[in-house]
Design a protein around this ligand. Structure first.
Ligand code: DLZ
Length: 146
């Protein structure tokens, strides 16, 4: 197992035995596809063998998909990219997805990693794509240590 890229500490159980879903919003897919690929690659490096990938239309749909799938997995990485536009859409989707994802995680007592970028423009999103490596590490740490 390579721990090189992040700040991953000691793990109390074996990542080979865990089951993780990556759920990706298709909105801004030029960003979210790269995010999903980075998370997936890092999970594999960390020894996770059971990874399933799912797509939803946009970040607003992430909480619903997580609710449907959470019982089948040890944890979920929820990925989306919200780019601020000229309407209030951004604000409402950001609020709802943040609240919804945390609520489902707490109710299910399973980690859902919040991988939704909230940015002003596409360049800021591109600059943050590597966060998805950390999301994978966060998922493994939370599942293996709690
Ligand atoms: C409608 C919308 C808008 C305006 N912006 C984004 C965005 O920046 N990122 C994103 O993931 N999704 C966006 N969406 C789509 C909503 O998340 C959702 O898919 C639709 O409102 C349908 O419920």
């Amino acid at each position: 197992m390579s721990k090189e890229s992040g700040k991953l500490g000691d793990l109390n159980s074996d990542p080979e035995k865990i089951k993780i879903a990556i759920i990706k919003a298709k909105f801004n897919s030029d960003i979210t596809n790269q995010m999903a690929n980075k998370s997936n690659k890092r999970l594999l490096e960390l020894g996770v063998k059971n990874i399933k990938s799912f797509e939803v239309p946009g970040s607003f749909e992430l909480p619903y998909a997580c609710k449907k799938l959470i019982n089948d997995f040890d944890g979920i990485i929820a990925l989306g990219c919200l780019i601020k536009g000229e309407t209030d859409h951004y604000k409402y989707i950001a609020q709802y997805s943040t609240y919804g994802l945390q609520k489902i995680a707490i109710e299910a007592v399973k980690p859902i990693i919040f991988g939704v970028l909230t940015v002003e423009n596409k360049q800021q999103a591109l600059d943050r794509i590597d966060s998805s490596i950390t999301y994978a590490e966060n998922a493994v740490e939370m599942i293996c240590n709690y």
